[in-house]
Ligand binder design. Sequence first.
Ligand code: SF4
Ligand code: SF4
Length: 460
Amino acid sequence: MTVRLPVLDDRGHGSLRGDGSRIKVVPADVHGRFNNVRRVMFAVLGVIYVALPFIQVGGHPAVLLDIQHRKFYLFGSVFNAQDTWLVFFLLSGGAFSLVVVAALFGRVWCGYACPQTVFLEGLFRPIERFFEGPRAAHLRRDQEGVSFSRIARKTAKHAFFVITALILAHLFVSYFVSTPLIFAMMKGPPSAHWEAFAWAFGLAGILYFNFAWFREQFCVVMCPYGRLQSALGDADTIVVGYDTNRGEPRGKAKDAGAGACVDCMRCVVVCPTGIDIRNGQQLDCIGCSACVDACDEIMDSLKRPRGLVRYDSLNGFAGNARRFLRPRVALYAGLLAAGAVALFVATQNHHSVEANLIRLAGAPYTIERGIVRNSYELHLVNKRNDTATFALEPSSEYTFVILKPRVVLQPLEDVRIPIFASLPEARARAHSVVRLRVRIEGHEQDSFNISAPFLTPVDQ
Ligand code: SF4
Ligand code: SF4
């Protein structure tokens, strides 16, 4: 890769030249209040990512998505395959949250909390900085050609990249197989668990490719959320921008008549996507605020007010009135609230037990010596986080034969119980229904009734 300093003359856009070839971006170090906030965010989110598979809630990992056995544990709640419809609410809720945040604060998610940013800026970039040194030394060494120092540094850097990618990938897989199991797998031969092995190493390869080389290109050319920004925001969305009125015309600090921008390029060299924020809003800007901190440093050193590059709306930069709450924010927030209400209602109907009383295939009923009989199968699933004892209590107007009137089920264990209900033909009525109470011993408040049609000759 040809190494070029990010100057403005022959550039196409950001980290890409006009001919589509890539410009290697090596951001300079930056210090400041927003950088401090980001560091704290990276640390908190990194700890959460590492800790969740290890933390136990109710005897299970806080988050375990056991796809193989179709058991999903989320902070003490247990779900099975029949609950996957809840995923719709989770995904749409997450998407609408991002839409509301984007309408209010632009790409603050991208700059502060997206895993791409958290792992690149919080892990891989510091590793690179450690082995390659600051931006100027890194670029100079790259331009010097092959040397022992350069080979040694790059070998060590990429070795650490590979190790870090492997750790992240194994952590990710542990969300699906649990940490004790992944540690056991790591001790055994790959052939004993080749699927998990392929996932872990395949994912590690993708992470290594992404964080060692692809980097900002993921945000610039692949991420759909970035592409949607111009549609989600408006002139009142808070974004990172440059105050043209105050900054232009650029000139030296001592130039009479020059604006506040001294054209020092600090805001450009710290940018992780290689763009110049002074060229206006660009899709490549991930809202990381590095240029804000960089320019504030320069303004401080010149004893000028901060905020030449700052968080503001386009209306604010233009000197117009700012509006925080506006129709599109209300619309997005309303849709998010509607989804939240729907999720709340849905989870209220989410029992800790699943019980389906299903009529068996075949004849709708049998009549023997004046007795009408219907056959059913009760499918009972324990979705509680603990062992539960179920007692089946039929209603009194029918005669029931229940093969297992009392059954003990482990968490997410299920059972199918044949049930027969009968009634003297003389008492048969159209549209009759059999009812059964499913009582959970020790948790009577969670008990509930189920029913199914009881068919007789009168129904025909
Ligand atoms: S850091 Fe500030 S002063 Fe320097 S070029 Fe950027 S906008 Fe101008
Ligand atoms: S322009 Fe500023 S906020 Fe946008 S990506 Fe570059 S450094 Fe970050």
